[in-house]
Design a protein around this ligand. Structure first.
Ligand code: FMN
Length: 302
């Protein structure tokens, strides 16, 4: 089964993508990048995406609302040898939606069509997809129409996070929507939402008939989930193994953004890895005080 690491702002940086790749994730996505900002300061965007020298497939997600801007940004990404370009049609964040981007595109389907058409015309050397939610709210479910637009305008596949905008991240992703979309489209449909274990991954895939699955939160602190899905087996890690992997993430991050910033950013990420340990709270608190790689390493007992 093909597995995708979901774009997650603040989490899916290069260090994390490399970890997921090493655990067998087939396509690890960057977080979303603003198409307008990418065009304004391309080198800065490239630095933020951390795609320099990244092994293929390199997968980048764009957000925006203007067809021309998005298409020109896609052209830049192609010039950087990006292998897969996705259009964000699902982000519910107010600052994104108020500019007509993210899930707001599902409220303006003629615009979505224009965007997909123009991006498709530009993207000749990379895979092109869109990532949607089910709609704005339960009274305006538009995944069928959005899926049809993607297919008619030549997108290669569609990612479907089976929640509405107003659900945010609450409640449950409703996989029967994914099944229905799959049954109604000929392009591949990749299901997304709430997958936390290899068993769930296979159950959801088999019940929905989807062509692959995308995993977000379930992989944070547990990139190994991708391998478990591949071999259909739980692979517990010893405490030492968890700590060693965590420290690798510290080091890899530091190579991209410097030691100080890496140690600060890891304060948000590390708790996911040590979750469940009897002393998780103490570790978390000690990591919050660590200001260098050396100090973090000591806390991890390495
Ligand atoms: C912290 C965080 C950041 C996210 N950032 C993005 C993003 O940049 N682009 C996007 O399309 N979705 C984003 N998402 C949504 C995820 O890609 C995914 O669709 C959602 O979390 C559901 O999948 P999951 O249940 O496997 O996490 C984000 C989610 C989280 C939790």
């Amino acid at each position: 089964m093909k597995t995708y690491l979901a774009p997650m702002a603040g989490y899916t940086d290069r260090a994390f993508r490399d970890l997921c790749r090493a655990e067998g994730a087939h396509v690890p996505f960057t977080e979303m990048v603003n198409a307008r900002q990418l065009l304004a300061v391309p080198e800065k965007a490239k630095e933020l995406l951390q795609i320099e020298g990244e092994p293929s497939p390199v997968a980048v997600q764009l957000f925006g609302h203007d067809p021309e801007t998005l298409s020109r940004a896609a052209e830049v990404l192609q010039g950087w040898d990006v292998d897969h370009i996705d259009l964000n049609c699902g982000c519910p964040a107010r600052k994104v939606v108020k500019n007509g981007a993210g899930v707001a595109l599902l409220k303006d389907l003629p615009r979505l069509r224009r965007i997909v058409r123009l991006m498709r015309a530009t993207i000749t050397e990379a895979v092109f997809s869109i990532k949607i939610r089910a709609g704005w709210d339960l009274d305006s479910l538009v995944y069928r129409e959005a899926g049809r637009i993607a297919q008619e305008e030549g997108a290669d596949l569609i990612f479907f996070h089976a929640r509405t905008r107003s659900q945010g991240f609450s409640g449950k992703a409703w996989w029967p929507w994914i099944k229905e979309l799959k049954e109604n489209l000929s392009i591949p449909v990749v299901g997304n939402g709430d997958i936390r274990s290899w068993e769930e991954a296979w159950e959801r895939k088999e019940a929905s008939g989807c062509d692959g699955i995308m995993i977000g939160r379930g992989s944070i602190g547990r990139p190994r989930l991708f391998r478990e899905i591949m071999i259909r087996e739980t692979l517990p890690l010893t405490r030492d193994e968890v700590m060693e992997r965590l420290f690798l993430q510290y080091r890899a991050k530091a190579e991209w953004i410097g030691e100080r910033k890496a140690v600060l950013q890891m304060r948000k990420v590390a708790p996911f890895s040590v979750r469940g340990f009897p002393d998780a709270k103490e570790i978390r608190m000690a990591l919050n005080k660590a200001g260098s790689l050396r100090e973090a390493r000591e806390v991890l007992g390495l």
